[in-house]
Design a protein around this ligand. Structure first.
Ligand code: G1P
Ligand code: ZN
Length: 559
């Protein structure tokens, strides 16, 4: 790709040019960076304008000089990943970064990005991913900036980036041929050293520091069997390297392990709907002991036992319950647990039993970062199949798999036995999330607007099998920097301890997605979730008047 420069562009140095560009509307990063249809990203100048705006916004923090800054670049391998990386390289060199580290082949999972930024003390990183959304020219693409603690950029940074996107008029471009990123090595372009690095190395070392690889090796040698579904995203190579090569799991343990640009046309989201093949295999008579899947960029996980599905809220609670005893990296105990507000309260009961604090944050991983940087919490999780700890500043799908593997190895129990022992001790939070996708955006926004003022009057009203004890729109005050996040989700607390939460998705790329979260506590742990939650589901449909507003009653996805 030799860039032909328009004549009115101004040459800065021999190979660096300021290329004229007009602002693009709508480049405001959402819950997890800027996510759009791939074709939108492919418009001439679109990605360039966003990346340069990010650099413009960040330049202030290094007194205008990136010469001592290292930028890490990589992505989940989806369609347009390679092209985007080339563009970022040309612009980063144009902006005179001291060093740009690019993952070999451009493949870097989100947790590995976080690990690399932290271990290499990098200035920040650009992750190319739309997470669990499908990939392809007609599907989704995304870009996210992570800061030097390895976590997603906080809101003040993303807002600053957005401001720059609205008034950008040029970007800096270094003219050269495509840079070969297929082999590890270093090369200097203008004032920038470009290093192609092994994306598996730092992450594997980090995992070996946290987990007892010797014990896990022994466990596999003793006949323990698992399957891991890479969903053709970026984690296949990590799983094959760690499970099959380092821990000696048999070949074939990793399924769909080869990264593909379109994820084989599937939705790379590890849940009961999109990882149906894995679910079927875990229901077979010869099912292995553990089944797991990660999403395309590797920050989400799903855990299954033989005929058992572990809900993400339960997974967080079980990991917290057992970490100190069975995972060497946590042998000194946990400082605290954090969960997003809609996530079930199962972890709250574990926190109480461990006499450690529990934090309830808005949806989105970024809120956990502050807590972890201040050593207030060690493990955290979201209902959306995200679990993680303070080893990095992103959720970590494969880490969760290694946690479960360690718990099964340490307790010598099956997944089902670990779960029943947990419910026996703590009781069970039955939990489901109902998603209504592709709703009319203005009708959905109007619904939220109408609902908010009516909340105080709901107290005392019948709901499901109980009555509403409190209703509000969640406002979060960060205990570290005291920043306030309003309107983080409408929540109803019922007299019997049940909870219902409703919020609009911040990551969708088309229309609006309504998420309804249902939770009901019981000491009886062998009931069917749908049956237990049906009364709540019915009442919330009425409250939101879904049929009237959207001509819909049944959710598109239940997880
Ligand atoms: C969704 C999840 C949320 C997660 C985010 C990024 O956001 O619900 O927990 O942090 O994706 O993976 P939402 O679309 O609900 O805003
Ligand atoms: Zn993801």
């Amino acid at each position: 790709m030799c860039n032909i420069l328009p004549v009115d562009n101004q040459t800065i140095t021999q190979n660096i040019t300021a290329v004229t560009v007009n602002p693009f509307a709508g480049q405001r990063p959402g819950t997890s960076g800027l996510r759009k249809k791939t074709r939108e990203f492919m418009q001439p100048g679109y990605l360039e304008a966003f990346v340069q705006s990010a650099f413009n916004a960040l330049r202030g923090s290094v007194s205008g000089d990136f010469s001592k800054s290292t930028l890490v670049v990589g992505g989940d391998g989806r369609y347009y990943n390679k092209e985007a990386i080339q563009k970022i390289l040309h612009i980063a060199i144009g902006n005179e970064f001291g060093r740009v580290m690019v993952a070999r082949g451009g493949l870097l999972s989100t947790p590995a990005m976080s690990a690399v930024i932290r271990r290499r003390k990098a200035f920040g990183g650009l992750v190319l991913s739309a997470s669990h959304n499908p990939g392809g020219i007609e599907a989704d693409f995304g870009i996210k900036y992570n800061v030097s603690n390895g976590g997603p950029a906080p809101e003040d940074v993303t807002e600053r980036i957005y401001e720059f996107t609205q008034r950008i008029n040029h970007y800096y471009w270094f003219t050269c041929n495509d840079i070969d990123i297929r082999q590890e090595g270093k090369q200097t372009y203008a004032d920038t050293e470009v290093e192609i690095f092994d994306p598996l190395a730092d992450y594997t070392v980090l995992m070996s520091e946290l987990f007892d690889f010797d014990a896990l090796r022994e466990f596999f040698r003793g006949g323990f069997r698992m399957i891991f579904d890479g969903m053709h995203g970026s984690t296949g190579p990590y799983a094959a390297h760690i499970l099959e090569q380092q821990l000696g799991a048999p070949k074939g343990t990793v399924l769909n392990g080869i990264p593909l640009e379109d994820f084989a046309g599937k939705h790379p989201d590890p849940n009961l709907v999109y990882a149906a093949d894995l679910v079927r295999r875990m229901q077979a008579s010869d099912a292995p002991d553990l089944g797991a899947a990660n999403d395309a960029d590797g920050d989400r996980n799903m855990i299954l036992g033989r005929n058992v599905f572990i809900s993400p809220g339960d997974s967080l609670a079980v990991i917290a319950e057992h970490a100190a005893r069975y995972i060497p990296g946590y042998r000194n105990g946990l400082a605290g647990i954090a969960r997003s507000m809609p996530t079930s309260t199962a972890a709250d009961r574990v926190a109480k039993s461990l006499s450690i604090p529990i934090y309830e944050t808005p949806t989105g991983w970024k809120y956990f970062g502050n807590l972890m940087d201040a050593d207030l919490c060690t493990v955290c999780g979201e209902e959306s199949f995200g679990t993680g700890s303070n080893h990095i500043r992103e959720k970590d799908g494969f880490w969760a798999v290694l946690c479960w593997l360690s718990i099964l190895c340490g307790t010598r129990k099956s997944v089902a036995e670990v779960m029943s022992a947990h419910w026996e001790r703590f009781g069970r939070s039955y939990f489901q999330r109902h998603d209504y996708e592709g709703l009319d955006l203005s009708a959905a926004t109007q619904m939220s607007e109408e609902l908010r003022p009516s909340l105080p009057a709901l107290t005392g009203k019948d709901f499901g099998a109980s009555r509403i004890a409190a209703a509000d729109d969640f406002t979060y005050t960060d205990p570290v920097d005291h920043s306030v996040t309003p309107r983080a989700g409408i929540r109803l607390a019922l007299e019997d301890g049940s909870r219902v939460v409703c919020r609009l998705s911040g990551t969708g790329t088309q229309g609006a997605t309504l998420r309804v979260y249902l939770e009901r506590f019981s000491r009886q742990y062998d009931q069917d979730s749908s049956r237990m939650l049906a009364p709540l589901a019915g009442s919330v449909r009425q409250l939101l008047r879904l049929k009237e507003r959207f001509h819909r009653e049944d959710p598109d996805v239940i997880t």
